[in-house]
Design a protein. Sequence first.
Length: 344
Amino acid sequence: MDPDLSRLLRHLPPRVAGYVGSLGPDLVELALDIGRPPVARFAAGFRVLDPMPIVKEEILFVVGSVGAFERDDRAGVEGTLHRLSLVRDRYGDPVGVTVRLGRHLTGVAEPLRRVLLDTGESVLLIGRPGSGKTTLLRDCTRILSEALGTAVVVVDSHNEIGGDGVVPHPAIGMARRLQVPGPSAPAPATQYDIMLIAVRNHFPEVVVVDEITTRREADAARTIARRGVRLLATAHGEGLGDIVHNPELAGLVGQPSSDGGRPRRLEPPIIGCAVEVRRDRTLAVHRDAAQAVDAVLAGAPASPDEIVPVPAAAEQRPAPRPPKVRTHDDIPESDPWGWSEDSA
């Protein structure tokens, strides 16, 4: 079993843990709510794991096993990419847990290797929640760190990129990681603050950020880009048009403005390449973000330069069969008894 998954299972109610190990790599999330049966969500669809409803003692087992949750009701599992979030009732008592499985999938970003290493452009990954943006971002970070080493700095707001704990998960390669202090920390900070600190104090060539959602974070991204530092980030949306028409994020794509007439860009986008992470597990790559944004503003479809499938990760591929060797020279090669698998 994946060691990351085995660490998570220790924190789940035993009857739920008994199901999870056999649910396969498409498992995305577990929903555990008092009075309802446990439910597993997959990349497509869901499944009720057990008709027996979750009871209060099982939720308290998870809370007691995980230990401290932040004031935003999030917690992680040490050394893994998994995350847990509490559901509370109106009195503040825990009544449910959402378990989000974080996966280390090596190789899913290989179609973007040339964009990442050859162009020197900032890249924005766009997709709906649950589309696999963070998993893709993590593997992009690994690829960049192979070339740039510690000059790649991750700003990790909820430990979703580099995992829980002091030591970052090996999924991000040699990249360094700055954690964003949560609301329970002695000196809490925002993702916006740490993005600027990353540039001021640690001299990166690339800053990696998951989920730019606010105008302040978009402004911080512009500040980073205007200082000559590349940005690798994600944002929510079905496609590039959602970013262009989102007033909070419009700063990433050139501050579109109508000025009472035809919409136009006020400045060049800070991103050179936009990648849409689509529902059918394909990547729509816009290599010239400025041209694509102008097409959207003109009311025309922004046709991607290429659409490529997300490849199966190394962890998802079946193990290669061992080579066959002859068992005895006197047995004809056409006889299956003359061959066996080499276990050496």
